[in-house]
Design a protein around this ligand. Structure first.
Ligand code: AMP
Ligand code: MG
Length: 420
């Protein structure tokens, strides 16, 4: 049966993470993979670039034909073809010949250097008077062998691993994969996270608000976090504080990879929730040494022998977001095959006094800025009540005031976890 234990943030996180493993690999269309971890090594299917080609608009030449060329004594070459990117020229460039060529076009056989337009008389000619086949072009500067040529395979060799398993897909990875002709990527499946708000007073946004009631902030802030961290939120709505309603709504989440509920884990509503959770699975109620967000429920529902992890967040909107940040995010990252869930922590000078007298780790909402002296500064967002959700919205960081530090004074350096 549930016991209320007092545990550290790390211990809570460790226990939670032990319930999760990464989900199965799936192949998804390229753009859908953004933010997901790659599930197997990806090798280049061909050399990149696939052919020698020109890095500039200009003339493909035999470099020795330009030897000694200067502004005063240009070399004259005969233009034998005009080659755009995407086309191949089979006839070799002979002595005294040049091919007018556009960036990216494959090098014609025989040519070994590119003379850019700027080093020829092309810019001196009028509009629509560019040299064409049969014309002479004057070259004002000697080209070295291989000048402005990009070589086949200079970027990547066929078979070379371009992305190792575990790598997180960012826009630049999407670009690289597309350039390899790949339109699908093997990644670990996105977790579906079922989200349920509980409480007789909770009202769906968009509905009229009866006296004494409040709107459901938690389901939406948590759903947004789930999406931001790469998961798929499944909103189960709002359960009344009754055994029947709670049971029915929770069961609707049994096909998810994790169920997140909010509220009902502190003393007031403890009993209803406790009964339901105990009947549907094995859930512990913890007291975590943190502020905000002391009460937390965690365990697993066990519908027909399966295990569906359950994270029971506190009801206060700030507590609920901070608890999801500290415990839900790592769980989601683990399912996604990512191990980079840890937020960046920087040292910052607090400009406020931060009191922390009850032996818990204090995650106060703050605004982190970089001063002209290059150091980070932290300003609290104002009142830190865990019902004040606008303080979360104003913040880009959370202080990490240790359990045993009763006060940080203005000017002290503290740890701050960056949220953006
Ligand atoms: P509880 O954990 O049920 O005692 O709730 C703690 C506080 O959080 C109460 O003031 C609730 O009204 C509030 N609360 C609970 N659920 C939500 C929610 N989904 N959105 C906004 N506030 C909530
Ligand atoms: Mg309640």
């Amino acid at each position: 049966m549930p016991v209320s234990e007092m545990i550290s943030v790390e211990e809570a996180r460790e226990r939670i993470l032990s319930f999760f493993s990464r989900l199965e690999p799936v192949r998804v269309p390229l753009l859908k993979a953004l933010g997901q971890a790659i599930a197997e090594d990806i090798a280049a299917p061909f050399d990149v670039p696939p052919l020698d080609n020109t890095a500039m608009d200009g003339y493909a030449v035999r470099h020795e034909d330009t030897d000694g060329a200067t502004q005063a004594s240009p070399r004259e070459l005969r233009v034998v073809a005009d080659l755009a990117a995407g086309y191949i020229l089979d006839t070799p460039v002979g002595a005294g010949e040049a091919v007018r060529i556009m960036t990216g076009a494959p090098m014609p056989p025989g040519a070994d250097a590119i003379v850019p337009f700027e080093e020829t008389d092309e810019p001196l000619r009028g509009p629509n008077e560019a040299p064409t086949r049969g014309d002479q072009v004057r070259v004002f500067k000697a080209a070295k062998r291989h000048a402005n040529v990009r070589f086949r395979g200079e970027d990547l060799r066929e078979g070379q691993v371009i992305m190792a398993a575990g790598r997180v897909v960012r826009p630049s990875e999407i670009g690289v994969l597309a350039s390899m002709g790949l339109n699908e990527v093997p990644v670990y499946r996105r977790p579906v996270v079922a989200i349920l708000s509980t409480g007789d007073e909770i009202t769906e946004p968009g509905q009229p608000l009866k006296p004494g009631r409040i709107y459901d902030a938690n389901a939406y802030s948590v759903a947004a976090l789930v999406r931001a961290y790469g998961g798929v939120p499944k909103l189960l709505g709002i359960a009344k504080d009754t055994v029947e309603d709670l049971t029915a709504k929770i069961r609707e989440g049994f096909d998810a990879d994790m169920i997140v509920t909010s509220a009902g884990v502190s003393r007031g509503d403890f009993d209803v929730v406790k009964d339901v959770l105990a009947r549907e699975g094995a859930i512990d109620f913890w007291t975590v040494r943190m502020k905000p967000g002391k009460p937390l429920a965690f365990g697993a529902f066990t519908p027909d022998g399966r295990k569906v992890p359950h994270l029971g967040l506190p009801g206060n909107p700030v507590s609920s977001m901070v608890s999801f940040e500290l415990f839900g995010r790592p769980a989601m990252f683990k399912m996604l095959g990512r191990d980079d869930w840890e937020r960046q922590i920087v040292r910052a000078v607090t400009r406020d006094q931060v009191r922390n007298t009850d032996g818990r780790r204090f995650f106060a909402r703050c605004i982190v800025t970089k001063g002209e002296d290059g150091r980070f500064y932290a300003d609290l967002t104002g009142p830190q009540g865990s019902g004040i959700l606008t303080s979360m919205s104003a913040a880009n960081g959370l202080t990490v005031i240790p359990e045993d530090l009763p006060v940080a004074h203005p000017g002290d350096e503290i740890d701050v976890m960056l949220l953006d």
